[in-house]
Design a protein around this ligand. Structure first.
Ligand code: FES
Ligand SMILES: [Fe+2]
Length: 478
């Protein structure tokens, strides 16, 4: 029987395209069910981790705009919790360093000659000048303050007080070394804590660490790095990425190839959670569950399966992609042997408390981090890192991550940080749609029409967990 083809207009990856609709009667295979066969559910239940969480939560909008709330967060959250500072592959060698700012605090993370990582407050002990102003450096042997040339080695030890004899001895009797903070490296990521005695690192991330390890981030490298200045509170920004409820409305273009409805939510202690959703599968919110639409065809072709003449309907696509990637000679050039089948197609989306969300695939990871502004509670920074695995020639990280066609993904060149604003976010269609929500949510929360409260549903219980965990910090119970 001839294949019956119809077309509808949809948008894919920011380009209007014709969607191909294929009559399922033309297929020879029996349709099978796409099942989200996730074998690694969290053993924890949200209602046991946080007994106060009901099915819904009403929250004051003040939390998202009040300067006093911002001050409390600086004192009780940011100064205590483990934070993702950066990416290991950005500082592979002795003398490599990067800067990490959160609110008014600035840190230097540096690999020293003994190959040890040090995290140090970025402030000179003389008059408090910031020591480094750049994002990154290489081949450093010391840090010299630009103002009066005091010098510190890579472990933070003061090695020069210029014209020392012009200071009275009392002035120099206190510790003149840079103040260190705790630092840990794991799964290709670097974490810091400014607490005197932080929770043990392994306890804090617990069950999430094996999953992070499984993606081999230590073998990935940054191909795109944005810092987007957004007129929104960091919690508003983070919450936008912490539920799947918005996907059908905010990102309607993904419905033909992402199942945003049958989503697995997992909850972990200490505020972390994740969701897993099938890619290469049609959303039940999309009216047509069988035709091979253009989005599915794209994923098939990318995995080396010819979409034209594909023997199956939409429900076979996800499995066909998984099988194609299992071949040793797969087009991505990746060894997928350590991954589960659903990792080969689906989006694994952990959120690390308090401010990181990752969309993970073996080929690449979209890592986003939300940081408070130094002074303004209604302004924040969104860091967008796209990490790529070492892929076969011509292959690129997943298209929705917004890596432009002219961006080099060979890993030879670490791209510069692109600083931009919500008006020109440069994040690709999906991320830009989310950023637009941040801005209008924050503006809307000022409306007298709201009664100073907003409400979260069961589908938004990852945000409920986030707020419940944040409360524990603000109430000195962490
Ligand atoms: S402020 Fe750094 S040397 Fe004076
Ligand atoms: Fe989104």
């Amino acid at each position: 029987m001839a294949t019956n083809v119809r077309y509808a207009e949809i948008r894919f990856n920011d380009r209007p395209i014709k969607q191909q609709l294929v009559d399922p009667e033309s297929f020879t295979l029996e349709p099978g069910e796409v099942t989200a066969d996730y074998e690694a559910r969290s053993p924890h239940r949200l209602d046991q981790l946080y007994p106060n969480i009901a099915g819904y939560r009403v929250v004051s909008t003040k939390r998202f705009m009040d300067p006093a709330e911002k001050g409390r967060e600086e004192d009780k959250l940011w100064s205590k919790v483990w934070l993702l500072a950066g990416i290991s592959s950005d500082i592979p060698n002795a003398g490599d360093w990067f800067r990490f700012d959160v609110g008014p605090q600035s840190l230097i993370i540096v690999r020293d000659k003994d190959n040890e990582l040090n995290a140090l407050y970025n402030v000179c002990k003389h008059r408090g000048n910031e020591l480094v102003q750049e994002d990154f450096g290489q081949d450093a042997t010391s840090f010299t303050c630009i103002m009066h040339s005091w010098r510190y080695n890579l472990k933070g030890k003061n090695v020069r007080v210029t014209d020392r004899d012009t200071f009275g001895p009392e002035a120099l009797c206190q510790n003149l070394d840079l103040t260190p903070v705790h630092v840990q490296e794991r799964a290709g990521l670097i974490f810091v804590s400014m607490a005197q005695e932080p929770m043990p690192f392994e306890d804090f991330y617990g069950d999430l660490l094996p999953m992070l390890d499984s993606y081999h981030l230590k073998d990935m490298f940054v191909v795109k790095h944005l810092v987007v200045d957004v007129p929104a509170n960091w919690k508003t920004m983070y919450s936008v990425f912490n539920e799947t409820y918005h996907a059908h409305a905010t990102h309607p273009q993904i419905k033909p190839y992402v199942d945003d409805h049958f989503v697995q939510y997992d909850f972990y202690p200490n505020g972390h959670n994740r969701n897993l959703f099938a890619v290469g599968a049609v959303s039940p919110r999309w009216p047509d569950s069988r035709f091979i639409n253009m989005g599915l065809a794209f994923f098939l072709q990318e995995a080396g399966v010819k979409a034209a003449g594909f023997k199956g309907d939409a429900r076979h696509v996800r499995r066909a992609i998984q099988q194609a990637k299992r071949k040793v000679e797969n087009p991505f050039g990746i060894d997928y042997s350590g991954f589960t089948d659903n990792q080969l197609t689906d989006d694994w989306n952990p959120s690390l408390f308090p401010n990181v969300t990752m969309n993970m695939h073996p080929e690449g990871v979209l890592l986003q981090r939300f940081r408070p502004h130094p002074t303004d509670p209604e302004r924040g920074y969104q860091d967008v890192f796209v990490l790529s695995a070492h892929l076969a020639e011509g292959r690129r990280p997943p298209a929705y991550m917004g890596v432009e066609d002219d961006v080099d993904v060979s890993g030879k060149l670490r791209p510069k940080v692109r600083r931009t604003t919500h008006d020109d976010p440069q994040g690709g269609e999906v991320v830009e749609q989310d950023i637009a929500n941040m801005v209008t949510l924050q503006r809307g929360m000022h409306s007298r029409g709201l009664n100073e409260t907003i409400v979260f549903s069961e589908q938004e219980r990852r945000i409920q967990q986030f707020l419940a965990e944040l409360d524990l910090y603000l109430e000195d119970r962490r």
